[in-house]
Design a protein around this ligand. Structure first.
Ligand code: SAM
Length: 292
């Protein structure tokens, strides 16, 4: 105990000094006050790429990618990442340079990267131009269960990260995100994450002055509503969930969800860290043994 106290007293000033140094550095970019060093690094590196992804321009996704994905650069294994949506309809790709693989290749050079895309011709064109070197691809409609099952087979094995930045077609957004999550979530490894971008689109009833409905589930499968329901079940465990087992909630949370993080226009769903004896596999959110 004495040893522990004297160690803590010795290390505390050093940790404080390190924090102060970090706080000074993190405000060296006017207008920005980053929450952690990974967020800042992700932002600066992604912003420096040409062309720049809308992940750090139109959106502020550096917060979730910096926090939950970029630290994989320290993984002891080869991280496996799947992104749905190559960016064929974006003004920066694929004519210029296909952006998402470029971001992940630069920021996580050792990762195994998969891109899923609806537009097979665009994928072929990008490959012919040499823009997909080292990138594995699958093609088809992410709203189609048969296609999703084929993707799962072709990819084979577990993934550390799945990113849904795919279909934004009107009248399809929520079912596309929902179907993809249902089939692909089991592929996420313990401790991995499933990222859903652009959740706001599932609520669009008009866009750019035009009357456009992106909702196709008659209000029953709006992904933002599902996630809100999941959060309620997570934060009321064990007091409520123990008794209800998810009954009374419209959308039962998958048992192996460990956390939900949401930010502007996007959420990250985290998978249970590990299955160990003594953990409570029947209850979401329970990662470790001995925590009751
Ligand atoms: C917003 S863009 C992706 C942007 C890209 N991830 C980036 O960061 O620059 C959406 C992409 O999803 C693709 N897409 C649209 N509908 C799809 C579907 N049903 N299944 C799979 N991909 C789809 C589009 O062709 C387009 O390439």
């Amino acid at each position: 105990m004495k040893l522990f106290i004297s160690l803590a007293l010795t290390l505390a000033p050093r940790a404080t000094a390190r924090l102060a140094r970090y706080a000074r550095n993190s405000t060296s970019h006017p207008g920005r006050c980053d929450r952690n060093v990974f967020e800042r690094e992700f932002y600066l590196l992604a912003k420096g790429l040409e062309p720049t992804s809308d992940k750090v321009t139109a959106h502020s996704y550096e917060t979730m990618y910096g926090t939950f994905v970029y630290p994989l650069k320290f993984a002891a294994h080869t991280p496996r990442i799947l992104e749905i949506g190559l960016g064929c309809n974006m003004d920066y790709g694929p004519g210029a340079s296909v952006v998402p693989p470029q971001i992940w290749r630069q920021l996580l050079p050792y990762a195994e990267l998969w891109e899923a895309e609806y537009d097979a011709a665009c994928v072929e064109k990008a490959r012919a131009k040499g823009q997909l070197e080292g990138i594995k691809t699958v093609t088809g409609d992410q709203g189609d269960f048969a296609v999703l099952k084929r993707w799962a087979e072709e990819i084979g094995g577990e993934l550390d990260v799945i990113i849904d930045d795919g279909g934004h077609r009107c009248g399809h957004k929520n079912s596309q995100i929902g179907h993809s999550f249902d089939v692909l979530w089991p592929l996420v490894r313990n401790g991995g994450v499933y990222v859903i971008e652009d959740l706001q689109v599932g609520r669009f009833k008009s866009y750019g002055g035009e009357k456009i409905n992106y909702e196709d589930t008659k209000g029953r499968g709006v992904m933002a509503d599902k996630i809100k329901d999941w959060i309620e079940q997570l934060v009321t465990i064990p007091r409520v969930f123990k008794h209800t087992k998810g009954r009374g909630f419209e959308h039962k949370i998958p048992d192996d969800v460990s956390f939900v993080y949401c930010q502007l226009e996007a959420c990250v769903i985290g998978k249970r860290n590990r299955h160990v004896e003594g953990s409570r596999p029947g209850l979401p959110g329970h990662d470790f043994p001995g925590r009751r």
